[in-house]
Design a protein around this ligand. Structure first.
Ligand code: SF4
Ligand code: SF4
Length: 207
């Protein structure tokens, strides 16, 4: 197979001084600026409504509408007794390509529910927002429909969502106190187990 030799382009004098390119850039930017200024002014007076001008969203005060299929920050869906719907099957942790889900399952006292998450963490700093965890869940227990996009944090630790933040997407680190009643490993209390099933109205199953 022959080798095709490609000659490197030698810039001309005009290309080296950049002035024509700067002029072209300014011409395009100015044309857009004056066109939009003219159209927005005309729209203010009810004229030329059929001609669309550029629209700028004043983020973060003004948020762009999201499509219903948009994948935003995760949340865990809840049962009527405010415990997670998750049955600790580990499918989402297994399928996650970024390996950023950590679940510690525990035995549920209700014989119809095999397990529940004692601990459920997602590291958003590693997540690639593929949505596989949502797709694979057999219980519709995890969703990415919070519409929360401002995920920036000052530390890697703050990017790691625990069960409190996943059950209540409004929560942000640093978290104050824990108001979850069912037994869970509570990072707020140094990883201790907190809560009990009686407080959420579930009687432990006698074997
Ligand atoms: S969206 Fe994808 S990468 Fe992120 S937690 Fe779910 S499965 Fe993992
Ligand atoms: S796939 Fe659903 S039910 Fe299974 S561990 Fe993940 S969130 Fe829980």
């Amino acid at each position: 197979m022959g080798v095709k030799v490609v000659q490197r382009h030698t810039p001309t004098f005009l290309e080296k001084i950049y002035l024509p390119q700067i002029y072209c850039g300014l011409k395009i930017t100015s044309a857009h600026f004056f066109r939009n200024l003219f159209l927005h002014t005309a729209h203010l007076f009810g004229r030329l409504k059929d001609r669309r001008a550029a629209v700028t969203y004043q983020y973060p005060e003004e948020l762009r509408p999201l499509m219903s299929r948009h994948r935003s920050r995760h949340r865990l869906t809840l049962r009527e007794d405010d415990t997670p719907r998750c049955v600790g099957c580990m499918l989402c942790e297994t399928v996650c390509p970024a390996k950023c889900i950590t679940i510690v399952p525990g035995e549920h006292p209700d014989p119809h529910v095999e397990k529940y998450p004692i601990r459920f963490d997602i590291d958003l700093g590693v997540c690639v927002y593929c949505g596989y965890c949502v797709e694979v869940c057999p219980e519709d227990a995890i969703r990415m429909d919070t519409g929360i996009l401002d995920l920036a944090a000052y530390s890697r630790e703050a990017m790691q969502l625990d069960i409190h933040e996943l059950m209540n997407p409004e929560l942000r680190k640093p978290l104050g106190d824990c108001d979850l009643d069912f037994p869970h490993e509570c990072e707020i209390h140094d990883g201790e187990m907190k809560g009990d099933w009686e407080s959420v109205g579930v009687t432990p199953h006698e074997h």
